[in-house]
Design a protein around this ligand. Structure first.
Ligand code: ASP
Length: 337
């Protein structure tokens, strides 16, 4: 089952919190969903290279990335190509074309990419261009900058041959119109509409790269930028140590510089799993943390090819392709109460 179908029939469990003008909620999965998610917990075992991991259930994306890796391609090419699969998938309402808009009806994308040398590129508040991750790569490779925003990012993309198109599909427009009527500008942000695609890969040479791409929180305030394009928050890669990518409520990830934190914890000797758990504990153990009302999830890999994933709430998952097995792995989580 695709991750977009996860909450089709799900019922809201009742948690909700006003954050600014936005209601953040968590969603209980259906029994069908529970069956489709592999029962295994996160695998910390060593495995052969190459490997690719990604946030959520994105089998098609990891398949594409592995094709690149098996053909001898770089981890950088693999994560870009993998993310592009989800960006082009119009049914996905949190990434690329078909992403849910902000409260004014504008679809705005955030993305970043980071290579084995520590080079990085990112775009924020990008409109009308589907493949934000590829624009981020162009920023990294063809400019002296790390980040381009808004109209400047769009003009840069156009100058590089990207085509402008309307990213607001009929389905997302309809959802936005329904939201406006029913929710009176208080959208319920749940698992369905906060799921960035983050991807990490190690190629046959043992080199690591990562990328992530998102349309951000649905019905966000115009101009809002999340964690995903912020190097160190949404993504961090250190080719000597490992890499991490985040999903969930971006504001909470930014406040703890989450992905950089996970990599630094691995540098200090923690396994990817332990590092993800520690980074989540930094969020939930803050004084007055209202973690019950939002989700954050991390996935990480170290230089040995060990992986980890952890989230605040249940039903975060990682897709992992290694040793010929491409599978969704249910993440362990903090809030078992
Ligand atoms: N982290 C993203 C953001 O806050 C949302 C997501 O993971 O879907 O923009």
């Amino acid at each position: 089952m695709k991750r977009r179908n996860f909450i089709k029939n799900a019922s809201l469990t009742g948690v909700g919190l006003a954050v600014g003008n936005t209601l953040i909620g968590c969603v209980e999965k259906t029994s069908e969903d529970k069956k489709t998610v592999a029962a295994a917990t996160t695998d910390g075992s060593n495995g052969s290279l190459p490997l690719v991991i990604a946030t959520w259930h994105v089998i098609d994306a990891t398949t594409k990335a592995m094709e690149v890796l098996e053909a001898g391609g770089t981890a950088l090419d693999a994560v870009e190509q993998g993310c592009r699969v989800e960006e082009a998938n119009e049914k996905g309402q949190s990434v690329g074309k078909g992403g849910l808009p902000d409260r004014d009806g504008n679809v705005t994308l955030d993305a970043c990419i980071m290579d084995k040398h520590g080079n990085c590129g990112s775009v924020v508040y990008l409109k009308d261009i589907t493949h934000a991750v590829s624009v981020a790569r162009k920023v990294m490779e063809d400019t002296p900058h790390v980040m381009l925003a808004g109209e400047g990012a769009k003009q840069f993309a156009l100058s590089k041959g990207f085509e402008a198109e309307d990213l607001l599909t009929d389905a997302s427009k309809k959802a936005w119109e329904e939201w406006k009527v029913k929710s009176e500008y208080k959208p319920i942000i749940n698992i369905e509409n906060h799921d960035t695609i983050g991807m990490l890969a190690i190629d046959k040479n043992g080199d690591i790269s990562g990328a992530c791409t998102t349309s951000g929180l649905a019905y966000k305030l115009g101009g809002r930028v999340g964690d995903s394009p912020i190097i160190g928050s949404g993504l961090f890669v250190d080719n000597e140590i490992g890499a991490c990518v985040a999903t969930g409520l971006g504001e909470e990830v930014v406040k703890t510089v989450g992905s950089f934190l996970v990599v630094e914890l691995m540098r200090q000797g923690k396994s990817p799993q332990e590092a993800c758990e520690e980074a989540i504990s930094r969020i939930v153990n803050k004084p007055n943390s209202n973690y019950k009302n939002f989700q954050v999830g991390y996935i990480a890999v170290n230089k040995k090819g060990e992986t980890g994933s952890y989230s605040i709430h249940q039903w975060f998952s990682m897709t992992k392709f290694q040793d010929g097995v491409n599978e969704q792995i249910q993440s362990d989580y903090f809030n078992k109460a």
